[in-house]
Write a protein that binds this ligand. Structure first.
Ligand SMILES: *Cc1c(COP(=O)(O)O)cnc(C)c1O
Length: 346
């Protein structure tokens, strides 16, 4: 990640477009107004009406009994795993998924839970036969398989409902529960054209990030059955995630459900437009799905390309592959600046 300060020192006049992640958004005037006006109380006493409203709204929207507001997506996944599994029990999880790669194995460190990474397809899903292969036999040499943990979207790709249902069905046949890391759940339902209930349906629990596509400053919500959420509630306290007047944060999410969720398709359309330009320019291999664009520049132009784009005030992921993520703070003007930066290279 390139900090704004270091960008300035590298000669860019100002940042015109930040495509590093959809987490870089800042609350707009409307969101700040909603936060400032939020009715709040002590949520540890269960007295924050705005948190309670957000929880009940998301539970209802996803067709689940209960919901819990958490500090982050990582904490939401962790409380879910702790709620589903005991020590010595195992989670089948895609090897490239966030739960396995990017959460410091919290479930293992804190819960004695085994994470079993399994291969995923190029579409990001886990094949039913893979799930079958990785359910452990009832044998004292093995951990006890307890949970299948999926992700949607994966690297921007929305996994269709039938492919999800097939994997979860095998898990059910073996008495496993199912969890979805839906950090970008709302991008997924937008791309799939399905309802939140449709996508959440096969799963016991779903973790929903509020600070990705929805653009709030912080927070995630875990939805699921009342008994699992009750265990997650205890785990949240243990992890230090029970907050007090967190209605100011929940108010931002309620604002987003009304004003940001309906416009996510715009991010997908801008991502598609950007990918089209990059393909035409022939700067390297391009992949695009939902709000994400991936460019793999030829190694001999990579450093010069990144330096040029950065010099134009455009922030992108800089690695072997560059990730660019569209979000609510990238409008047509900002996108045009990014396009122009690529067009003027070379
Ligand atoms: C961002 C992300 C998370 C975790 O979110 P944090 O709020 O950063 O902890 C989990 N899963 C996926 C797929 C993510 O992209």
């Amino acid at each position: 990640m390139i900090a704004y300060e270091s960008l300035k020192s590298q000669g860019a006049a100002e940042v015109l477009c930040d495509l590093r992640s959809d987490t870089v958004t800042k609350p707009c005037a409307g969101m700040r107004q909603a936060m400032a006006g939020a009715e709040v109380g002590d949520d540890v006493y269960d007295e924050d009406p705005t948190v309670n409203l957000l929880q009940s709204r998301l539970a209802e929207m996803t067709g689940k009994e209960a919901a819990l507001f958490l500090t982050s997506g990582t904490q939401s996944n962790l409380t879910a795993l702790l709620a589903h599994c005991g020590r010595g029990e195992a989670v089948i999880v895609g090897a490239p998924y966030h739960v396995f790669v990017d959460e410091a194995h919290g479930a293992s460190v804190l819960g004695g839970i085994a994470l079993q990474p399994v291969p995923v397809t190029s579409g990001g899903d886990i094949l039913p036969e893979t799930v079958r292969d990785w359910v452990m036999p009832d044998d004292c040499h093995c951990p006890v398989s307890r949970l299948l943990s999926l992700e949607n979207t994966v690297g921007g790709q929305a996994i269709p409902l039938d492919r999800i249902a097939a994997g979860v069905e095998v898990a059910r046949d073996h008495d496993l529960s199912a969890h979805l890391d839906g950090a970008r759940f709302f991008n997924a339902i937008t791309a799939l054209g399905c309802s939140a209930t449709d996508l959440a349906g096969p799963f016991d629990t779903v973790s929903l990030c509020l600070s990705k596509g929805l653009g709030t400053p912080a927070g995630s919500v875990l939805v699921g059955p009342r008994d699992v959420i009750a265990r997650a509630y205890r785990a949240r306290k243990m992890l230090g995630g029970a907050m007090r007047q967190s209605g100011v944060l929940a108010a931002a999410a309620l604002y987003s459900l009304d004003h940001v969720l309906p416009r996510l398709a715009e991010d997908h359309a801008r991502a598609e437009a950007l990918a089209g330009v990059l393909r035409e320019l022939g700067l390297g291999e391009v992949h695009q799905a939902t709000n994400m664009v991936f460019l793999t520049p030829a190694p001999d132009i990579r450093d010069a390309l990144y330096a040029h784009v950065r010099g134009q005030g455009i922030l992108i992921g800089e690695g072997r592959q560059s990730r660019m993520v569209l979000h609510r703070d990238v409008d047509d003007t900002a996108l045009a600046a990014a396009v122009s930066a690529f067009e003027t290279f070379g």
